[in-house]
Design a protein around this ligand. Structure first.
Ligand code: NAI
Ligand code: MG
Length: 342
């Protein structure tokens, strides 16, 4: 039996609720497929920040460096600025472990509509940069400058990853750009995309301005397959695409270091949802699907497929839905139904 040590970071709000659901499904599928999963749980969160002044300990990365994967629920709490939770935990992990691919598949699992696409988001540079600053704070002359960072190596490797994925899927790649308005970084992005696509015969490229792309994604999501995007554009596109598919509560995500030098981190797209936290009604599907992505990454595609089939089965054969999808089921109800289907 191959065994895997998972670092679990439930986080805040519904993060802790959906992690419980994902863990139950992982345990069930793990027994069936003899996966030997073990977990170490970490309390890194806004709750920890409020109690101890930091989202994670100073040597946090070293404590999870040798795990096979990291599973994160969500972080964020009222009373803690969102940039603290993001820059105090998520971004240090993504960057420290060079998880340069943020992979966000969007698929309609009830078989009712044809949406099956993947957003490949650049995850360690781009618009999310610490470079910049503020001047003259509190005066009428106050100003802020924020720099975006695009490197040839960073753009090349994310585009190549998306191309590999497009080749394995339908061969259609869409690149999100805005080279009409953003006149330095985005033409640079476009040039590298064109260069890399020219190396492949089996992939066709459509380059779309982000604003038009958003509209097309709402009006005709079925025409898209793999979409490659910068950090900010990919963040926005994947929330939008998840909503088009039904709910942000359905959407999974993986932060991947394709070199496998570091552990990759798996987390649903959604946040800690303080508006519904503690009520037991969070949709667990995003987290459960995320668990399937983790198993796939760890080399267990059959176990991952079994989870997705179980989710599809529940959606296709029952009307069990959490309130975000118009139903009355609880997190536990839906998780039990998925376990039963497994
Ligand atoms: P959010 O994703 O937490 O919530 C947006 C809306 O979607 C809310 O109405 C929420 O109730 C609903 N929703 C989200 N997930 C759901 C689920 N599984 N089931 C049912 N409904 C769901 O985003 P928001 O409100 O912008 O952020 C809340 C907090 O989460 C903030 O502190 C933010 O910084 C943090 N956040 C953390 C993320 C992470 O840990 N990766 C990602 C996004 C936000
Ligand atoms: Mg987002």
């Amino acid at each position: 039996m191959r065994s895997h040590r998972i670092a679990m970071i439930p986080g805040d709000g519904i993060g802790t609720e959906v992690c419980g659901a994902a863990r139950a499904v992982l345990d069930a599928v793990g027994r069936k497929h003899a996966l030997g999963l073990t977990y170490d749980e970490f309390d890194w969160s806004c709750a920890r920040y409020l109690a101890e002044g930091a989202m994670m300990p100073g040597d946090g990365l070293d404590r999870v460096r040798h795990h096979d994967a990291i599973f994160l629920g969500a972080v964020g709490a009222p009373g803690v600025p969102d940039h603290v939770s993001l820059w105090g935990l998520l971004i240090p992990i993504r960057r420290g472990f060079q998880q340069y691919v943020n992979l966000r598949p969007i698929k309609v699992l009830d078989g009712q509509r044809e949406i099956d696409l993947v957003v490949v988001r650049e995850n360690v540079e781009g618009e999310y940069s610490e470079i910049g600053g503020r001047l003259y704070q509190g005066t009428p002359a106050e100003m802020a400058v924020q720099e975006a960072v695009f490197t040839r190596s960073g753009v090349t490797r994310i585009v190549d990853y998306a191309l590999d994925l497009a080749e394995r899927r339908t061969g259609r790649l869409t690149s999100a750009t805005k080279s009409n308005g953003i006149i330095h970084t985005m033409p640079f992005w476009d040039e590298i995309v064109a260069e890399r696509v020219a190396q492949r015969s089996g992939v066709t490229l459509q380059s779309e301005h982000i604003d038009a792309l958003c509209a097309k994604l709402v009006l005709d999501p079925a025409r898209f397959d793999v979409i490659v995007a910068s950090n900010l554009f990919g963040d926005i596109l994947s929330d939008l695409a998840a909503a088009v598919a039904g709910s942000i509560g359905l959407a999974p995500a993986a932060n991947i270091d394709p070199t496998r030098a570091h552990p990759s981190m798996f987390e649903p797209v959604h946040g800690s949802a303080p508006d519904i936290a503690g009520r037991g009604i969070a949709n667990p599907v995003g987290a459960i699907w995320t668990a399937a992505m983790m198993l796939d990454h760890l080399g267990h595609p059959e176990a991952a497929a079994a989870i997705l089939e179980a989710i599809s089965h529940v959606f296709a054969t029952t009307s069990m839905r959490t309130p975000d999808l118009g139903g009355t089921a609880t997190t536990v109800d839906l998780t039990h139904a998925i376990l039963e289907a497994l």
